[in-house]
Every structure is written in C-alpha cells, then in structure tokens.
Ligand binder design. Structure first.
Ligand code: NAP
Length: 306
C-alpha cells in the first residue's frame, strides 16, 4: 500500500521548502520529493543580498536554513524523481522512481532552470564569472566590465541594472533585432557605458580557471572579436520542467503551470508555487511567498474536504 501524506510537495527549492514549513506548522503531514539536491537554483548563488531581513547570506546557507527549518518542523524530504501524478479517489497518487505515494493535496514547486548557452566551461565557471542572475550577483562586478547574453526583457533589464554598478556592459545577442520591449531598449541605448554587440554567435567562453572574456563572430561580416569581461550574465530564457504533470494541470505555451497569485491551478487540490508557475517576477522572495500561499490554500482545501 502507498504511504499517505496530507500534502505532497514536488521540489525542494525555496518555494517547496517554504510550503513544507507552512504545511507542517499547520499540523499537516507533508512530504517533499526532490530529484537532485535541496535548495533549488539559489544554491548556485554565492551571495544572497536581496532577501528582506537577511543582509547577506550564501545561497547554500540560505538553502540549508530552509531545509533545516522544514525538516525540524517535521516535514519529510525524500530524494526521488517524480515521474507523474494523477487524480485518485481520495486525492492524488504520485509516482516516483522509487515508490508511489498518496496525498490529499499536491503542491508543484518544480522551479525553472535557466537556459544555458551550452558552451564549454559554462557550468564549471558559475560563481567564477558566469552568472544567471544579475540582481543576485551584479554587485560582485562593481567597477568591472561585464557582458549579458540575450535579447529579451530579462537581458535588457539585467544590462540596465548592471550599468549602474559596472564600468562597461556589453549586450551580446544572436540577432540584429532585440526581442525585449522598446522602452527597455531605449533606456539601455541611453547608457553611456553600454555597448550593443548584435547579430553575433558566441564561439567560446575565454579563460583559464575563471571567465576572462567571450569570443564572438559577427554573422554578417564573419569578423571575430574577443570581448574581455570579468562577468557574463546569461539571460536567454528559462526552461520549466512540468511535462510530467500536463495530464493534471494546464501549462502555458512555454510549459509553465497556469496559476495566479493564489497558486491555484486548473485542477482542484493541485497548487503551483514559485518559478514553475505563470508569473512576472521570479525571485527568492516571490518563491517563498508562493510556498506560504500554496500551503495555506492546500490546508484550506483539505479542511473543506473533511
Ligand atoms: P525570452 O523573452 O524568451 O528571451 C530569450 C532571449 O534569449 C531571446 O532574445 C532569444 O533570442 C535568446 N536566446 C534564446 N535561446 C538562445 C540561445 N540558445 N543562444 C543565444 N540566445 C538565445 O526570455 P526572458 O527575457 O527571460 O523573458 C521571459 C519572459 O518573461 C518573457 O515573456 C518576458 O517578456 C518576461 N519578462 C518580462 C519582464 C518585464 O515585463 N519587465 C522582465 C523580464 C522578463 P531570439 O530573440 O533570437 O529568439
């Protein structure tokens, strides 16, 4: 027989562990299922300096604190890959590579991964010049030269933000047109320390044991150029991983779970928290907030069912 929990939470990132904290504090038996390590995206950030009330903390320590708090309150965290979930007579059945579980309510907190460029050294140099979060890591590059890869709103906003800290900001994009909004393009164009490097392919990340530059080729002329920078912010979109739940909840055209600020999905009893759902601002604070909202909504749902 499958083990039964009040609430099963998929994902042990900030949203999932925050949901576990709220669920257990509400007296619910909660299980968090996580494929990899707990903490989610934040463990890749050397320093978190934008979480209200905590002036400075490493991403790892932040994640550890969340994990300790959730498990200390009685939440169970198991490291299993969730392959799917479906509606059952008394809630939901969740299938992993190890077991199956029953739950009265389900919280999906599967996060979203930053899309990588797929270059050699990219993963290795995260924290050594490569970053996916300008708001998290921009301050480390004060007075330095940096590049942002991408042509969407995130890349433009990141580049604008970085012009405030950095000596020079290159915006490197694969086309000669930018996808991001015109007002953001105009704002960046007015920045004296910003340079647009458009219609180029990124050939290589340069450096020995950390990033020291980006090699690009102009697609129109074939001219090659090494852009010497201390930091590269990769902002080429995100990749949600919600396909396993498409039988249960509606996904938008990019694969995010359709849910509003109440974290309610199109399926009663299933809640979506954090970066995996449709939302404007994907930050640590909004992930934590979603965890609380989803858990409390799940508790109300269970109470109504009783
Ligand atoms: P996005 O809009 O999907 O843009 C991704 C950018 O990366 C595009 O310019 C794309 O190039 C480029 N790209 C994708 N794959 C690439 C690859 N393999 N190599 C090189 N370049 C690649 O992503 P986003 O900027 O993160 O924005 C995501 C969503 O959030 C969007 O809907 C955006 O409007 C929204 N958002 C809104 C705001 C705001 O309203 N203030 C702020 C941030 C984000 P192409 O253009 O050539 O496809």
């Amino acid at each position: 027989m499958s083990e039964r929990f009040d609430i099963v939470i998929v994902g042990a990132g900030t949203a999932g562990l925050s949901a576990a904290i709220y669920a257990t504090r509400s007296g619910k038996k909660a299980l968090v299922l996580e494929e990899m390590a707990y903490g989610g995206q934040i463990i890749n950030t050397p320093e978190v300096a934008n979480y209200p009330g905590i002036a400075k903390i490493s991403g790892f320590d932040f994640a550890q604190g969340l994990y300790d708090q959730a498990t200390g309150l009685g939440a169970e965290v198991r490291f299993e890959f969730v392959s799917g979930a479906e509606k059952a007579e008394k809630g939901f059945v969740i299938t992993t590579d190890v077991d199956t579980y029953e739950a009265g309510a389900l919280i999906l907190a599967t996060g979203a991964k930053n899309r990588p460029l797929g270059m050699e050294h990219e993963e290795e140099w995260i924290g050594s010049g490569v970053s996916y979060c300008a708001t998290c890591d921009g301050a480390f590059f004060k007075g330095k030269d940096v590049a942002v890869a991408g042509g969407g709103n995130t890349a433009l906003e990141d580049a604008i933000f970085l012009t405030e800290y950095c000596n020079k900001v290159y915006l490197i994009h694969r086309r000669d047109e930018l996808r991001g909004e015109k007002h953001l393009q105009d704002t960046l164009r007015k920045k004296e320390n910003a340079e647009f490097v458009l219609n180029v392919s990124i050939d290589a990340l340069l450096g020995e044991d950390r990033l020291s530059g980006v090699a690009v080729t102009d697609k129109a002329t074939g001219a090659k150029r090494d852009i010497i920078v201390d930091g590269l912010f990769v902002a080429i979109g995100q990749m949600p991983a919600n396909k396993a739940f498409s039988n249960l909840v509606t996904l938008d055209d990019k694969g995010y779970i359709v849910a509003g600020e109440d974290c309610k999905t199109t399926s009663e009893g299933v809640f979506a928290a954090g970066d995996c759902r449709t939302k404007e601002v994907r930050q640590l604070t909004t992930a934590a907030a979603d965890g609380a909202v989803a858990a409390l909504a799940a508790c109300s749902y269970l109470q109504e069912k009783e």
